[in-house]
Ligand binder design. Structure first.
Ligand code: HEC
Ligand code: HEC
Ligand code: HEC
Ligand code: HEC
Length: 437
């Protein structure tokens, strides 16, 4: 039975691929015209919101004043830390000119795809996310233009959670074309963490999902965004494992897919405890996204949750050398994730789903499921998102109490180097009381 289900997951995967993959903005051949073309006060550079317009029209102002993609992306590559990273890696160019850095920290189309007014110094500009505007700049303001028309003309569908997740993850984890390897981290690059819904909220958003947005673009469901973000992050990570080029570095596998703190803590800090899929002295696969997905699968397709848990356990066992082939396990799980993504696309989440997912996260946490920092960090972001959705839906009785408990929880994950699972568990116990209400 289990085998059959697992095969079902794999077969479904084969049909899932094509439709979900519009080319990313940097992968298309059209011209990038530059932020200046969007920024006029009559376009997206209005100081205030326009009352009569579907969109806010002040997107440029938000982006240029408070969005780190504009503010910092360019400067960071010129700072001391970047100089050190570039020197340690032996780059021939300074960081702000090196493709390996600018592909993520800037907007870096090839010279022939840069319009006359394109300026690299603008940082991660509008077209880095919304796609090169050459073929839609005129038509998107024509009377009667629809979102579907714009997308057909090359606007990147940021409203679609799968496309959105692929876009953000392309820089906030990396993909086949750009990637922060452990070598880059070893040279001094910070650890990267990402959670799609949280980061969408903190960017901060320059859009409002109101009735009119939903009429033009369909439903926006933050839980679905979170769930799909987790599935795609896990998939990107497995893609690294499965890619013969990216997955290995000399004698070792690429270390970025493992739990950083499995290696990075003092030897005198003996903290190992028995846990599924681990043995003393082995390096753990970073399962933070998989731990979140486990809750999502459990709630959304309970019939398959046993299979999913098995696939994850097989991977852990194989990674720890307790049997099975790690590549095969990664491949099977990778296929399972495709099926999960396809199903999540059409899934709506109601209050009962939110409560169940939240309770699952909290209970797994109290039971010690988030012993590694990376899992605890993802769980905390997930709980914050779910509590926020519940609060916004008016389905949380004591918002203040929950917020205070959440603050205490975040305090325990603020510094990854000082993370203690026991403190995280204790903070969860106090959050538990707000989950049911
Ligand atoms: C796959 C995309 C990617 C690549 C490649 C990449 N970075 Fe980053 N880098 C990021 C992201 C995303 C962050 C932000 C992490 C966070 O705060 O969540 C970051 C953060 C940083 C920071 C810290 C910024 C701060 O605000 O303190 C520095 C410095 C940095 N990167 C330098 C570099 C240099 C130099 C290179 C080239 C060798 C490089 N990065 C390559 C994605 C990338
Ligand atoms: C880091 C990625 C990113 C960058 C950079 C970015 N956006 Fe967006 N933008 C988004 C996302 C995500 C959405 C929300 C999904 C959607 O509406 O398609 C959005 C939505 C929008 C919307 C639609 C709002 C609606 O109600 O339909 C406009 C207009 C917009 N952005 C303009 C801009 C402009 C102008 C810039 C540059 C000044 C810019 N964006 C830069 C990611 C980005
Ligand atoms: C072209 C690469 C790129 C893309 C695409 C991208 N980002 Fe980023 N983002 C970065 C880099 C680089 C930084 C780090 C800036 C810094 O601190 O120097 C960053 C920073 C951020 C931050 C601030 C993080 C912090 O530590 O304060 C948020 C939030 C964020 N991005 C959200 C998003 C979201 C949501 C998306 C998808 C809609 C997205 N990003 C797409 C490259 C990108
Ligand atoms: C398998 C063990 C292992 C894992 C897992 C691992 N690292 Fe490392 N890391 C190392 C080793 C070994 C070095 C080199 C230490 C040295 O040169 O002294 C290193 C070096 C580093 C350095 C540079 C430290 C220095 O002394 O300058 C950073 C930063 C770093 N790793 C970050 C990370 C991050 C972030 C992760 C998780 C994404 C990670 N590492 C995962 C083993 C690991």
């Amino acid at each position: 039975m289990r085998r059959l289900l697992a095969l079902g997951l794999a077969a479904a995967a084969l049909t899932a691929g094509a439709a979900e993959a519009p080319p990313l903005p940097y992968e298309t051949k059209a011209k990038h015209l530059g932020v200046v073309n969007c920024a006029s006060s009559l376009c997206h550079g209005s100081i205030g919101e326009w009352k009569g317009s579907n969109v806010l029209q002040n997107e440029y102002v938000t982006w240029s004043r408070v969005d780190k993609h504009a503010l910092r992306a360019g400067q960071v590559l010129r700072n001391e830390r970047s100089r050190r990273i570039a020197a340690n890696l032996g780059l021939k160019q300074p960081a702000h000119e090196a493709k390996i850095c600018v592909d993520c920290h800037g907007h870096n189309p090839p010279a022939e795809q840069r319009g006359e007014r394109f300026k690299a110094s603008d940082g991660i500009g509008c077209e880095a996310c919304h796609g090169p505007a050459e073929n839609w700049i005129r038509s998107h303001v024509a009377p009667g233009a629809t979102h579907a028309d714009n997308v057909k003309n090359g606007l990147y569908p940021t409203d679609d959670p799968v496309a959105l997740a692929r876009l953000c993850l392309s820089c906030h984890f990396g993909n086949k074309d750009k990637f922060v390897t452990h070598r880059i981290m070893g040279a001094g690059h910070p650890r990267i963490s990402f959670e799609l819904d949280t980061f969408t909220q903190t960017q901060p958003p320059h859009f409002v999902v109101d009735e009119d947005w939903q009429k033009r673009k369909g439903r926006w469901d933050g839980v679905r965004v979170w769930a799909i973000g987790q599935a795609l992050a896990a998939r990107e990570q497995l893609d690294v494992v499965l890619d013969p080029k990216r997955g290995r570095d000399g004698l070792f596998p690429e270390l970025v897919v493992f739990d950083c703190h499995a290696c990075h803590h003092p030897m005198s800090d003996t903290r190992w405890k028995p846990r599924v899929g681990t043995r003393p002295g082995t390096i753990r696969f970073n399962d933070s996204n998989l731990l979140m997905l486990r809750q999502i699968v459990r709630r959304t397709f309970p019939a398959e949750s046993g299979v999913f848990d098995d696939l994850v356990a097989q991977l852990h066992r194989a990674v720890a050398g307790e049997g099975g082939d790690a590549m095969e396990a990664a491949k099977r799980l990778r296929q399972g994730l495709d099926a999960v993504v396809r199903k999540l696309r059409d899934r709506a989440f109601d209050d009962a789903d939110l409560r169940a997912i939240l309770a699952g996260l909290v209970d797994d946490g109290i039971a010690g499921g988030y012993g590694d920092y990376a899992g605890a960090e993802q769980a905390a972001m997930a709980m914050a998102s779910v509590l926020d959705f519940l609060a916004r839906r008016g389905a949380l009785a004591d918002v203040r109490g929950a917020n205070a408990a959440l603050d205490r929880l975040f305090e325990t994950v603020r510094d990854d180097e000082k993370y203690r699972a026991e403190r995280f568990q204790a903070a969860l116990a106090s959050l538990r009381t707000f989950v049911a209400r």
